[in-house]
Ligand binder design. Structure first.
Ligand SMILES: C[S@@+](CC[C@H](N)C(=O)[O-])C[C@H]1O[C@@H](n2cnc3c(N)ncnc32)[C@H](O)[C@@H]1O
Length: 200
């Protein structure tokens, strides 16, 4: 059953909030079946998401590299190796090179890429920032899993240490993510000096 949860506090009015992933028309039926999981599996929990463990906050600290944007923060202590929030968005098979909110969900043997894009619609997970310039290292990562009902879904997971209440939840987008987006020279130099991104 789709969740009827209202958008969380801090959700921008200009974006569509999704409590669960939706399929874009670019996903063929056979790929939908693969993503949804085998029909023989119980499907009752297909759309359920964990209780809220994190909140969206506007970033008002001038020294924060995403100042003026939003970030994701722990509402309470989050245990190690725990699913913090499912990464909800449009599951698609078309190209989304312009999106900063698109994650690869699966690559099929024939080369077809299935992504989950939260640029136009999604949930709080779309606000997770990259650790660079915020913390010494990530405290979370993106990871896909099959839900209890067999559906393939992306999530934000804590790493080997617990996350304390109030901490910003940050992942690594990967060096390539930043390199393809053209860092400012100042940021590239600062990050290169810390070994975070190779100098361009
Ligand atoms: C997936 S969004 C993260 C949420 C974003 N802060 C927002 O409010 O929509 C990715 C964008 O966040 C910003 N961002 C994330 N991590 C950053 C970092 N470490 N330094 C600078 N900008 C960052 C960049 O503008 C990037 O394109």
């Amino acid at each position: 059953m789709p969740s009827d949860r209202a958008p969380p506090k801090g959700w921008p009015v200009t974006l569509q909030y999704l409590p669960a992933c939706v399929y874009h028309s670019s996903v063929p039926p056979a790929i939908r079946s693969f993503i949804d999981g085998a029909p023989s599996r119980p499907r009752g929990h297909l759309h359920t998401t964990p209780a809220r463990t994190c909140a969206i906050r506007a970033i008002s600290t001038p020294s924060h590299p995403a100042h003026g944007q939003r970030g994701l923060f722990a509402l309470g202590t989050i245990a190690a190796r725990t699913l913090i929030v499912e990464y909800v968005g449009e599951i698609h098979c078309d190209a989304r090179a312009e999106s900063d909110y698109d994650l690869s969900l699966h690559r099929l043997a024939d080369g077809t890429s299935v992504g989950v894009d939260a640029q136009r619609m999604g949930n709080e997970a779309r606000f997770v920032n990259d650790f660079r310039g915020i913390r010494a290292k990530p405290n979370a990562e993106f990871g896909e899993r099959r839900t209890a009902a067999g559906a393939l879904r992306m999530g934000v997971w804590s790493l080997s240490e617990r996350i304390k209440k109030g901490e910003e939840i940050v992942v690594s987008y990967g060096k390539a993510w930043w390199q393809t987006r053209g860092l400012s020279d100042a940021r590239a130099a600062a990050w290169a000096s810390e070994g975070l991104v190779g100098a361009r």
